[in-house]
Design a protein around this ligand. Structure first.
Ligand SMILES: CC(C)(COP(=O)(O)OP(=O)(O)OC[C@H]1O[C@@H](n2cnc3c(N)ncnc32)[C@H](O)[C@@H]1OP(=O)(O)O)[C@@H](O)C(=O)NCCC(=O)NCCS
Length: 196
C-alpha cells in the first residue's frame, strides 16, 4: 500500500506547478529555457526590438515552477504605445512574449495557466489591452484575435494573421493606428569605474 501511495505522490508531484513573479535569481534559467524552446533566432524577432534594453511591465514577469522550485515556464509583458487614437493620443498597451514552457512539461496546462495569470494580473493593474505576435490557433482560446490590430504595425517584419490583441477594457483599441513603440522603463546599465 505504501508503495502505491509513493507512486501516486510521485506522479502528483510531477504534475504540480506554481506560478509566481520572476526574481533576479530566475534570469539564467529563464534564458536557458527560452533558448531551448525557441532557438537562437528568437532574438531576431520584431517583438525583440521592443523588448531590447527595457524592463518588463511592473509585476508582469511570471514564471511557472515545478515542485522543486525549478523554472519550467515563462511569460513576460512589456509596456508599449500601440499607435495613436483617433484623437491623436498615444494608446498605452502591453506586448506579451515570449511565452514558453519546458518541452518536458508541455501539455499539462502550464502555458494556459501562465496566460490566464498574466491576463488577470494585467487587468488587476488597470491595463487596457494586450497585444502579441503568435499562433492564432493557440492564443484565440484566451480571447486574442487579429481584428483588433488591423491598423497597427510591428517595428519590423511580421505576419498580420499572427498579430493579435485582447482588449481588457472594451473598445480600448478602437481607432488605434500606427506603429508599436516601446514605452517601458529602460534597463539601467552598470556604472563602470576606472581602476585607481
Ligand atoms: C506553446 C506552448 C507555450 C504551450 O504550452 P503548454 O504548457 O504545452 O500549453 P497548455 O498545456 O496550456 O495547452 C496545450 C494545448 O495547446 C495546444 N497548442 C500548443 N501549441 C500550439 C500551437 N502553436 N498552436 C495551436 N495549439 C497549440 C496543444 O495542442 C494543446 O491542445 P489540447 O489542450 O487541445 O490538447 C509551448 O508548447 C511552448 O513553449 N512552445 C514553444 C515556444 C513557443 O512556440 N511559444 C509561443 C507560442 S506561439
Amino acid at each position: 500500500m505504501a508503495a502505491v501511495l509513493d507512486a501516486v505522490r510521485a506522479l502528483f508531484a510531477q504534475n504540480t506547478f506554481t506560478i509566481t513573479e520572476e526574481t533576479p535569481a530566475d534570469v539564467v534559467a529563464r534564458e536557458a529555457l527560452l533558448d531551448r524552446a525557441m532557438g537562437a533566432d528568437r532574438r531576431k524577432k520584431s517583438s525583440e526590438k521592443i523588448r531590447r534594453g527595457r524592463v518588463p511591465a511592473e509585476g508582469l514577469a511570471l514564471v511557472a515552477r515545478d515542485s522543486h522550485g525549478h523554472v519550467i515556464g515563462t511569460v513576460r509583458l512589456w509596456n508599449v504605445e500601440a499607435g495613436v487614437s483617433a484623437s491623436g493620443c498615444p494608446v498605452d498597451a502591453l506586448l506579451l512574449g515570449p511565452l514558453a514552457v519546458d518541452s518536458a512539461h508541455e501539455g499539462k496546462g502550464i502555458g494556459g495557466a501562465l496566460m490566464r495569470a498574466a491576463i488577470a494580473e494585467a487587468q488587476a493593474r488597470g491595463h487596457g489591452a494586450i497585444l502579441l505576435v503568435g499562433d492564432a490557433p493557440y492564443y484565440e482560446r484566451f480571447g486574442f484575435f487579429a481584428d483588433k490590430t488591423q491598423h497597427l504595425m510591428m517595428p519590423g517584419p511580421f505576419a498580420r494573421d499572427r498579430f493579435l490583441a485582447l482588449e481588457l477594457v472594451p473598445g480600448w483599441l478602437s481607432g488605434a493606428a500606427g506603429m508599436l513603440v516601446a514605452s517601458g522603463r529602460k534597463l539601467s546599465r552598470p556604472v563602470l569605474r576606472r581602476a585607481a
